[in-house]
Design a protein around this ligand. Structure first.
Ligand SMILES: [Fe+2]
Length: 320
C-alpha cells in the first residue's frame, strides 16, 4: 500500500492516498505542497490535507463545480515524541485511544542515540507476545550476549562462565487503559556464579496497542527508553525498529552498547520467529508461564478486526 506524506505550511503532517482521482497521477512524485494542500503534478488538481477533498482545478470553466467525488483518502495522523503515527482501522473506525507523550523526549531531556531495524518473516503477534513469554527468557536470552545470536552455537562452553538472569511479569492495565499491557523485567549478569551489579537493568515496557512499545530502563548509569515499533509490511512480514533515547549521564558509547546488547538479544528472538510456525492455539500445559501467554493472547485479541478475514494458510502444501 502506498501513501503520500507531506508537511503543510502550518507545520502539520498529512497523509493521503497517492493517486489523483482525475487520471491517476501520483501525488508523491513531483507533487507540490501549496499551503496545507498537495497539488497533483499531472494537471494541478489540489487536495486538502485535512480531508483529502479537491479544492482547486485550475483549468475548469468558470461557474462549474468541483465534483464531490474529487477527493483522495486522507488518513488520521498524529506527531508525537518525534514520530509520525498513522491510525488504521480495518473497519474505518475513529481512534479509540491515543499514544502517551514521553516528556523526557519532547522536552529534550533525553537524547536520541541511534536505531536498529529488522525485517522479520513472522506473524505480527509473535513479537509482542515475547513480552509475556517468561520461559523463553532463560532459554533464548540466558547465554551471555557475547556468545552471539546463533541459537545453534550460543550455548558453547567457552562462554558458559557468564549468563544473563531475568525475572519478569506481564499485566494488562485496567480500563480505560485496556489497550496497554505492562512488562516488568529485572535483568542481571552473573560471572563465574557471582552477580555483577554493573549491568543490572530494571525495565518497564508499556505495550501500547498492537505495535508500539515504550521500553523504559533504569541502569547503574542512568535512565532511558527504547521506542519499539512493529510495522506490518505484508502478510507475515514485519518491520521491527528500536530507537534509543537516554539521560545525559549515559555517555554515547554506553548508549550504543545498550543498543547493541538489545539488538543481539532481539536477533536471537528473530531466529526463532523467522523459522517458527504461527500456532493459532498453542498446546498449553498447566503452568503459570503458559497461563500468562494465554492471557496475553486474550488481551491482544482486542486488536483484531471482527470482520476482517484471518490469515489463512493451507498447511503442508506449496499453495498460499
Ligand atoms: Fe525474547
Amino acid at each position: 500500500m502506498e501513501l503520500v506524506i507531506y508537511r503543510g505550511e502550518n507545520g502539520r503532517p498529512y497523509v493521503l492516498d497517492p493517486y489523483c482521482p482525475h487520471n491517476g497521477g501520483h501525488l508523491g512524485v513531483g507533487g507540490r505542497v501549496v499551503g496545507n494542500c498537495l497539488e497533483c503534478p499531472f494537471h494541478a488538481w489540489t487536495f486538502r490535507g485535512e480531508d483529502g477533498k479537491c479544492v482547486n482545478i485550475p483549468y475548469m470553466e468558470t461557474g462549474s463545480k468541483i465534483p464531490s467525488n474529487a477527493r483522495v483518502r486522507s488518513h488520521i495522523v498524529t506527531e508525537l515524541n518525534g514520530w509520525i503515527y498513522l491510525w488504521h482501522h480495518a473497519e474505518g473506525l475513529e481512534p479509540t485511544w491515543s499514544l502517551p507523550e514521553v516528556e523526557e523526549i519532547t522536552c529534550g531531556q533525553w537524547t536520541y542515540r541511534g536505531r536498529t531495524e529488522h525485517h522479520i518473516n513472522c506473524h505480527i503477534e509473535e513479537i509482542p507476545e515475547n513480552g509475556a513469554d517468561l520461559v523463553h527468557l532463560g532459554q533464548v536470552h540466558g547465554p551471555i550476549f557475547a556468545a552471539g545470536v546463533d541459537l545453534r552455537t550460543m550455548w558453547s562452553t567457552f562462554w558458559s562462565f557468564a549468563q544473563h538472569q531475568w525475572s519478569a511479569g506481564w499485566e494488562p492495565c485496567p480500563e480505560p487503559d485496556g489497550h496497554i499491557g505492562v512488562v516488568k523485567l529485572k535483568h542481571a549478569v552473573a560471572l563465574f556464579g557471582r552477580m555483577f551489579p554493573g549491568l543490572d537493568l530494571d525495565v518497564t515496557a508499556k505495550q501500547i496497542g498492537p505495535g508500539v512499545v515504550y521500553l523504559y530502563f533504569n541502569s547503574a548509569l542512568g535512565t532511558g527508553v527504547y521506542l519499539q515499533h512493529v510495522t506490518p509490511m505484508g502478510p507475515l512480514l514485519q518491520r521491527l525498529t528500536h530507537n534509543i533515547y537516554v539521560s545525559p549521564y549515559i555517555p554515547a558509547p554506553v548508549a550504543k552498547f545498550y543498543m547493541l546488547g538489545e539488538a543481539l538479544m532481539v536477533e536471537r528472538d528473530i531466529m526463532i520467529w523467522n523459522n517458527k510456525q504461527y500456532v493459532r492455539r498453542p498446546l498449553y500445559v498447566a503452568s503459570k508461564e503458559d497461563k500468562l501467554v494465554k492471557k496475553h493472547r486474550d488481551w491482544y485479541s482486542q486488536f483484531y478486526s471482527k470482520v476482517d478475514k484471518p490469515l489463512l494458510r493451507k498447511d503442508n502444501t506449496l499453495d498460499f
